[in-house]
Design a binder for this molecule. Structure first.
Ligand code: SAM
Length: 253
């Protein structure tokens, strides 16, 4: 498996707007809002970091739970959009200039969220080490895993009489159809949970998110019903690693 590279072009490409990805994906966004509210459960944090926060899609949710949010991203373009969109004195914008680096002092963060970034980490270990370093003892992180082990994939692997790989699996083609250095991978949630434990980040809650992310459901069910299903099913289905997106709440011991 190749190492992460410093060159992160995909989100800076002038011909590609990451905001377009979210057009028609209200269900997925709202399913993530449900997940955040479940995991954060009305708690309030002093300093939270939105790591790989992009144009700040998730930042407003964090502002409801934190006094201050630091939005970190390697993409200049995403940060520029975020600065226009988020007019709050409680948000600090930071460009990440070194891959895998969490730009924060040791033991300084109360909460870190990393949503839809694992997809770009063929080797997430260095980032997990950095998250563990920068969280305060007892600090928490929400880490979203792009899962290779979701239910439909498990059926596919079963059909081929294969097990879901423990290692990251390269996936997909770029939305802009261009080759660049941005990797796209899916992970095995069991491997990720083991890797987190190795750096003293212990899983204290887990949710299975976007469980109905399939054309059949999206074409035929009203979104209100799909979101009601998410509210009811995210925790029970997490025990089966059912959905394509797994949210882990971890605590630094
Ligand atoms: C799919 S977007 C997700 C943005 C935001 N978290 C969200 O959920 O809307 C992935 C973001 O991760 C950033 N990114 C890519 N590779 C990264 C890396 N190795 N470390 C940190 N951020 C990275 C990209 O610049 C991009 O803004």
């Amino acid at each position: 498996m190749s190492k992460n590279t410093n060159k992160i072009d995909f989100y800076d490409d002038a011909n590609h707007d990451y905001r377009d990805f979210w057009v028609g994906r209200d269900y997925e966004h709202n399913a993530e809002v449900v997940a955040f509210n479940k995991l954060l459960n009305k708690r309030n944090y002093k300093v939270a970091m939105d790591y790989g926060g992009g144009y700040g899609r998730i930042t407003p949710i964090l502002l409801d739970h934190a006094d201050k949010v630091i939005l970190v991203d390697p993409s200049i373009k995403q940060l520029e959009i975020a600065k226009e969109k988020l007019d709050s004195k409680r948000v600090e914008f930071l460009r990440q200039d070194k891959k895998d680096n969490v730009p924060a002092a040791d033991n300084s963060l109360d909460l870190l969220v990393m949503i839809r970034v694992s997809h770009h980490l063929p080797d997430p270990n260095p980032v997990f080490t950095e998250i563990a370093r920068s969280l305060k003892p007892g600090g928490e992180a929400i880490i979203e895993i792009a899962s290779e082990a979701h239910f439909i994939n498990r059926l596919r692997y079963l059909k081929q009489l294969k097990a879901v790989p423990k290692e990251p699996v390269p996936v997909g083609v770029h939305a802009n159809g261009k080759e660049d250095d941005t990797p796209f991978v899916n992970h095995n949630p069991k491997t990720i949970e083991r890797q987190l434990k190795q750096v003293n980040l212990n899983v204290i809650d887990k949710l299975s998110v976007s469980n109905l992310r399939h054309k059949v459901f999206k074409d035929h069910l009203p979104q209100s019903a799909m979101i009601a299903f998410e509210r009811a099913a995210q925790r029970p289905l997490s025990h089966l690693n059912f959905g394509p997106s797994i949210f882990l709440l971890v605590k630094k011991s």
